[in-house]
Structure formats: structure tokens, C-alpha cells
Design a protein around this ligand. Structure first.
Ligand SMILES: [Zn+2]
Ligand SMILES: [Zn+2]
Ligand SMILES: [Zn+2]
Length: 569
């Protein structure tokens, strides 16, 4: 809105220069320039006044800028309606979170973010779905956020002498009335059947124009420029459907007004009329505005728009695409354009020469600074001299929650100016393991396992433990004599002290016998192999062999010679 003021100022300065000194009297359209007379305008001339979200933002750089600050703003619910699919059962109601919006200030401009969680039905009685909405046809889809720039509203002058103007585009898409109940052969705007559904006085659109729209589009100073007027609201069909006269600042045109030649309209309701044609803004299309699509038509892309005049209890007047009239529309359609209209206050309420007093608002960490100029005589004000937001002045990161081996920690820093805090995660700490403990003992055949546990959580680690060393056996060969006995002396190496049993076996017990303890006896000369078998407690077997040679001793030879010699002799 701030920018709007500047734009209008410059536009008007140019106009003032072109037309020279303005005559006195008439209606004042200006914000902070010298008062200017509307009598210099013709019917159909365009002026700018107020601002409203209109063009979709597509510039990547601006989008990124908006997104960088948008978290500072909260979503607001539009409270849009949906129903059961039965069109007049009176069960349509506001659905939480169907569509949300928020207004974001970035770089001196205001933008409106719109989030479509569910499609907005084109009748308030319908259920939400893409087939019941024009939003997707217009290129706006669920689960997406769209951004629209607040831009100056353009208005057409209808009557320069009274200050009557009407909006030049369909700036929004709203139903004439959210609620409809069919009963007793009529349609009602409330469950108690107090008023007809087409009663303008009790319509949701009248409330919307004078609350949501009025407060969104106009600054306080601009609002002071708008005249509150009492207007008739006669039915185009039957006087029993007349609505009481209403006193408002913002209204819609009536059926008669859009047939008024003095306002630049064609007086025939059946005529094609460019003055009655209206196209929607991007923002209105995002809200679900119906857009006529026929590239061969000379009124391609125009939309329907509401008039305030009731018709039957069910319908209200509207202007069709192409500017044709005739007929009316069911009041709970949400896809009709809104074309606001109002009258300015007479010029007498505005000063000729303002006396501005400047009040400087310093920038904060997140908001721009600016200077507000307010006229001490008439309260007109505008804003200028923007200064950049300061950005936060963060101190050092401080550990506020130490990390453990199971939970991440948090570091926090504070802005010295505004106390905003920022936090960041600290990685989990390492586990603190205790001693290794053997959990599966190794054997000579298989590896063992050792395990250690974290002292602070259930985490553990395992490693394998190498096999026990195998037993080894060595036996020396033995030279012995007939009928001699002795003890085998195997050299058993058992580094890991494994339990074992030792066994002996002779390959020729007729030559050498051996007992369980390794005692041998030479039965006759010759040779025999003795096998020593060591079997450890895990069943691993190791063997060693030795050769036992049995011979006669010298004495035995002498005995043999003597004995056999005697026999021979
Ligand atoms: Zn003033
Ligand atoms: Zn700060
Ligand atoms: Zn741990």
C-alpha cells in the first residue's frame, strides 16, 4: 500500500502537469498530492486507488526473497465453504484449512501467499475435488503455495461529478451468499428461514466487501476518502424479493446501474458490451474464478461478475461473459467475479495544501525502517524513506543441551537486540564402552567372541577372539635290546593348557608292546612303530610316531653263540 501511494502520486503529478491548474470543487482522488478535481476525468477513465493481491509472482529471485522471510508470518484460514453435494440441504459450512493465506512484506512490497490444501468447490454445497473447482483449470493446484503481489487497484470512473467508480477487473471470486437452504418452495440464507438466500442485506458478500476487502485494499487514510452511502436493493424479478436499503462504503453495482448509458454502459441487457466485460486477476483465478475460454471469441478470458440486485429467492443478478446480461445466477456459486464499486467523499473534506509532520520508525532486526508523513490538518498520511532491516546481531553459540550417545544436543545463540534465538543440533556423542569380556570362549577348533557394552545405553560391540593353540607332540626313535623295557617320553607342547588324553599304539605288538602309560617292552628283535595320539578336550587329534628297533645286546649275542654253538657242537 505504501508503494501504491507513491505510484499514485507520480501518476497524478503527471496528470496535473498535463492539464494545468485544476479547477476547484468536485471529488478528490489524491493521496498526498495537491487536491485534484475529478471533473477533468471522463466516464471510463482509469484511476488507481488502494491495492490488492493481483499478479502472480514468477520471478525466481523475488520468490526466493519472499520465501526467506515468510516463516515470520502466520497462515490465516479463509474459512471457505463446502457441502455434502446436495445443493440446497443447508449443510454447507466453513471447512478448516481448505485454503490459507498470509501477507508478507519483502523489500518494501507486500505479497500474499496462498496455500490450497483442498480445492474450493465452485458451489458452497459441493464437496471438494478438482472436478468441482476451476482452480486446477486455471493452473492452481492443491498442496502448493502461490504468491501474489499487492498492486494498485484500477478503477473506472462512472460519474466524475459524484465520484462513483467501479473496479476494472475481477479482483476476487466469492459467492453472493455462502449459505442456502431450500424449504417451503423458497431458498433461505439461514436455517431459521428468516431471510431469502438472495437478500443482499444479509449476504456474505456484502459483509466480505465491507470487512475483508475494505480493510485489505485500503489504508486508514484511503478509507476516510470513501463515502458511506445508503443504496436501494430492489429485486429484478418481484418486489417480494427486494432487500432493504443498505448503508455501506463498498458495494456492487445494481442491475439498473450496469444498464445506465451515462455510466458508459449499453442500455440493452442483450447487447455485447466491452464496458461491462471484466477479466480476472491471477489472484481471483487462484480463488476459483470461472474464466471463459474460447480463443476465437472477442470476449475470450472474460468472467461472470455479481450485481447486488436480488432476483428470485435463489438467484441474484450478474453480468455474463462478453458483458451480456439477462438472467441471474445461483447465489452460492463461488466462481463469480467480484467487481467492487464505491463513491468518494466530496473534496471539501481534504485540505488544499497538506502540512506534513514526519515520524521516523527505526528499522528492527527483521522489519524495514520508514518515515510516516501525516498531515496535521487532515490526517492524510503516506510512508517513505525506507531503510533496510538490520538483520539479527547474534552472539556466540552456547551449548544449551549437551549431546549424549542417544540424544543430539543443542547449541543456542541470542540476538542482542530482539532476543530472537537460533538453535542448531550438536551431533550425538560417542558411546563409552567398558572392558571387553569373553562372551563365547575360543577352542582349538573355533574362534571365540568378545563383547563390550556402552555404559550409557544398550549399544555394544563384538570382536572375534582367535582359536586356542593346538597341542603338538614329538617322539624320538628308540634303540633298545631284546626283553628290555622303558618309558616313552613324548614331548607334548600345550601352550594354552588345553585338557587332553594321551594314547599309545604299537604297530607290531609281537615285537614291542606298549601300555597306556607309555611303558614299552621289547618282545623280540625287529622293529615296530609306536603311535602317540593326543586328543584334546575339543576333539582335536594330534599324533606322533617313533620307531623302536630291538636288537640283541653283546651279552645276549655271546649267550646265543655259546648256546647255539653248544647245540651245534
Ligand atoms: Zn492535509
Ligand atoms: Zn534480532
Ligand atoms: Zn551409548
Amino acid at each position: 500500500m505504501k508503494r501504491t501511494a507513491k505510484r499514485i502520486l507520480s501518476t497524478l503529478l503527471i496528470v496535473v502537469m498535463l492539464i494545468g491548474v485544476a479547477p476547484t470543487g468536485g471529488i478528490d482522488f489524491t493521496l498526498n498530492a495537491k487536491a485534484m478535481d475529478l471533473s477533468s476525468y471522463k466516464v471510463g477513465d482509469l484511476i488507481e486507488f488502494g491495492s490488492y493481491p493481483q499478479s502472480e509472482v514468477t520471478d525466481e529471485e523475488i520468490l526466493n526473497g519472499i520465501k526467506s522471510v515468510e516463516d515470520n508470518y502466520k497462515w490465516i484460514d479463509y474459512n471457505y465453504y463446502a457441502g455434502t453435494g446436495n445443493w440446497d440441504d443447508g449443510n454447507m459450512k466453513s471447512v478448516d484449512g481448505m485454503m490459507l493465506y498470509k501477507d508478507i512484506t519483502y523489500n518494501g512490497n507486500t505479497y500474499r501467499a496462498v496455500k490450497i490444501n483442498q480445492y474450493r468447490p465452485y458451489w458452497t454445497c459441493e464437496t471438494s475435488s478438482a472436478s468441482n473447482s476451476w482452480q486446477d483449470d486455471n493452473g492452481y493446484y492443491t498442496n502448493k503455495v502461490y504468491y501474489f503481489k499487492y498492486e494498485p487497484l484500477k478503477w473506472r470512473v462512472l460519474d466524475a461529478s459524484t465520484g462513483l467508480i467501479v473496479c476494472d477487473s475481477a479482483i476476487d471470486s466469492q459467492p453472493y451468499n455462502n449459505y442456502i437452504l431450500g424449504a417451503d418452495g423458497q431458498y433461505w440464507s439461514d436455517s431459521n428461514k428468516k431471510h431469502y438466500a438472495s437478500n443482499w442485506e444479509y449476504s456474505s458478500l456484502r459483509a466480505w466487501l465491507n470487512n475483508e476487502f475494505y480493510n485489505t485494499a485500503f489504508s486508514k487514510t484511503q478509507q476516510d476518502r470513501i463515502k458511506e452511502l445508503t443504496r436501494e436493493n430492489k429485486s429484478t424479478y418481484d418486489s417480494k424479493y427486494d432487500s432493504n436499503p443498505t448503508s455501506d462504503k463498498i458495494t456492487l453495482l445494481s442491475y439498473d446501474e450496469v444498464l445506465n448509458k451515462d455510466y458508459g454502459f449499453n442500455s440493452s441487457s442483450e447487447a455485447y458490451d466491452t464496458a461491462r466485460q471484466r477479466k480476472g486477476t491471477d489472484y481471483a483465478k487462484c480463488q476459483g474464478l470461472y474464466v471463459y475460454n474460447d480463443s476465437g471469441s472477442n470476449y475470450n478470458r472474460t468472467s461472470y461478475w455479481w450485481l447486488r440486485s436480488p432476483d428470485t429467492s435463489l438467484n441474484a443478478g450478474d453480468v455474463k461473459v462478453g458483458g451480456y446480461m439477462g438472467g441471474s445466477f445461483c447465489i452460492n456459486m463461488t466462481n463469480e467475479g467480484v467487481i467492487p464499486a464505491f463513491k468518494f467523499n466530496p473534496k471539501s473534506t481534504i485540505c488544499d495544501v497538506h502540512e506534513y509532520k514526519a515520524v521516523v520508525t527505526e528499522p528492527t532486526c527483521t522489519e524495514q525502517g520508514y518515515t510516516t508523513y501525516t498531515c496535521t490538518k487532515c490526517n492524510d498520511s503516506y510512508v517513505d524513506n525506507y531503510t533496510n532491516a538490520l538483520g539479527h546481531d547474534f552472539g556466540e553459540w552456547k551449548l544449551t543441551t549437551p549431546a549424549t550417545c542417544t540424544e543430539i544436543g543443542v547449541e543456542t545463540r541470542y540476538c542482542s537486540r530482539c532476543n530472537v534465538t537460533q538453535t542448531r543440533d550438536v551431533d550425538k556423542s560417542a558411546h563409552i564402552f567398558g572392558e571387553w569380556k569373553i562372551t563365547t570362549a575360543p577352542t582349538t577348533i573355533s574362534d571365540g567372541v568378545k563383547t563390550r557394552y556402552c555404559k550409557n545405553c544398550d549399544a555394544f560391540e563384538t570382536e572375534s577372539v582367535g582359536k586356542l593353540k593346538a597341542i603338538s607332540v614329538k617322539l624320538k626313535n628308540i634303540e633298545t635290546n631284546y626283553k628290555k623295557s622303558g618309558q616313552l617320553e613324548p614331548k607334548i607342547t600345550n601352550p594354552d593348557n588345553v585338557g587332553c588324553k594321551v594314547e599309545y599304539k604299537s604297530s607290531d605288538p609281537k615285537c614291542v608292546i606298549v601300555d597306556a602309560d607309555g611303558n614299552y617292552f621289547a618282545v623280540k628283535t625287529g622293529s615296530a612303530k609306536i603311535t602317540c595320539t593326543v586328543t584334546d578336550e575339543y576333539g582335536k587329534v594330534t599324533t606322533a610316531e617313533c620307531k623302536v628297533n630291538v636288537k640283541y645286546s653283546t651279552v645276549q649275542w655271546i649267550i646265543m653263540i655259546v648256546l647255539f654253538g653248544w647245540i651245534w657242537y
